[in-house]
Ligand binder design. Structure first.
Ligand code: GLY
Length: 316
């Protein structure tokens, strides 16, 4: 099987001044995940690596750069899933951790459970030797400004839903195993303790070697209502291509519950799709040693991996 990785940096609105940073961030993440696959790493290793790269990149709403809750704190959700055996691990409402996706993977591999939250997740992180970092280190000037603006009495709650960033990755490795990973700071000015779709299996992501893998982004409550990730795999099980399955499920979410979002998909034969019902979604994929990436509907840049790695230093 030829390895494939697809990543997204969140569906929603990307301001002009952030577009280049988001394009570069998803391209870098896809290249890192692909390097893992080319060295014989598993799909799970690759999606973790790609998501970690975006958690460390302050352009995205995950890890450093996460949006803030109503109290002005970062609270993050993450999930990872292995399509070989349907194992998955997730964390919700975690604070003061640089890479929630790593903790989600430890939940998958070192516990009998699938989701740890808040205080329990922190106790587990300590037991696993994951360093705690000051919450301030995850907060950017942009997320603080956004939080303050949303607190103003005339702020429009609809605005909460426009920056719907979340990061995610799906991959298929040389043995035909698929995996997904998704990580987010959630919604800006969300209630303390709000858990979104990202931590919920079948909503924020799903992976099954029998069909494929998907990672979602968008309005979490809408995604949960339609169980978006599992819905896409269901459509593929009925014979749809990744692109048609993604569009069908996104259309359903829009018409049924008025929700917007985006998805990345890979099927068990390595066909892939990156589709969204929002105005923009940053995405990238590497297949056959070629990097494809874009932000707007219809936008697709293509470079060979060698060319992309050479241009990485100057920016994409
Ligand atoms: N999709 C991210 C969230 O709503 O939390």
């Amino acid at each position: 099987m030829k390895p494939v990785i697809v990543v997204h940096g969140g569906a929603g609105r990307i301001f002009k001044e952030r577009e280049e940073g988001c394009r570069a961030g998803v391209a870098r993440a896809a290249l890192r995940g692909y390097a893992v696959l080319k060295q014989g790493g598993s799909a799970v290793d690759a999606v973790e690596e790609a998501v970690r790269s975006m958690e460390d990149d302050s352009h995205f709403n995950a890890g450093c750069g996460s949006v803030l809750n109503e109290k002005g704190e970062v609270e993050m959700d993450a999930i990872i899933m292995d399509g070989k055996n349907l194992d998955s691990g997730a964390v919700s409402a975690v604070k003061c951790i640089a890479n929630p996706i790593k903790l989600a993977r430890l939940v998958m591999e070192k516990t009998k459970h699938m989701l740890l939250t808040d205080h329990g997740a922190h106790l587990f992180a300590q037991a696993m030797g994951i360093p705690e970092i000051p919450g301030e280190k995850l907060i950017t000037e942009r997320s603080r400004e956004r939080w303050k603006k949303n607190l103003e009495p005339d702020s429009n709650p609809e605005e909460f839903q426009k920056d719907l960033g979340t990061v995610g990755a799906v991959a298929i490795d040389s043995e035909g195993n698929v995996a997904c990973a998704t990580s987010t700071g959630g919604l800006s000015n969300k209630m303390i303790g709000r858990v979104g779709d990202t931590a919920c299996i079948g909503s924020g992501g799903y992976a099954d070697n029998h069909s494929g893998a998907t990672s979602t982004t968008g309005h979490g409550e809408s995604i949960m209502k339609v169980v978006l990730a599992r819905l896409i795999l269901y459509h593929m099980e009925q014979g749809m291509s990744p692109e048609v399955a993604a569009d069908t499920a996104l259309d359903y979410m829009k018409t049924r519950v008025g929700g917007l979002g985006g998805v990345i998909v890979v099927n068990k034969t390595g066909e892939w799709a990156a589709r969204f019902s929002t105005k923009q979604m940053s995405w990238a994929t590497v297949k056959d040693d070629n990097l494809h990436y874009g932000i707007y509907a219809g936008e697709k840049h293509i470079k060979s991996v060698d060319e992309a790695l050479a241009s990485e230093r100057e920016g994409f």
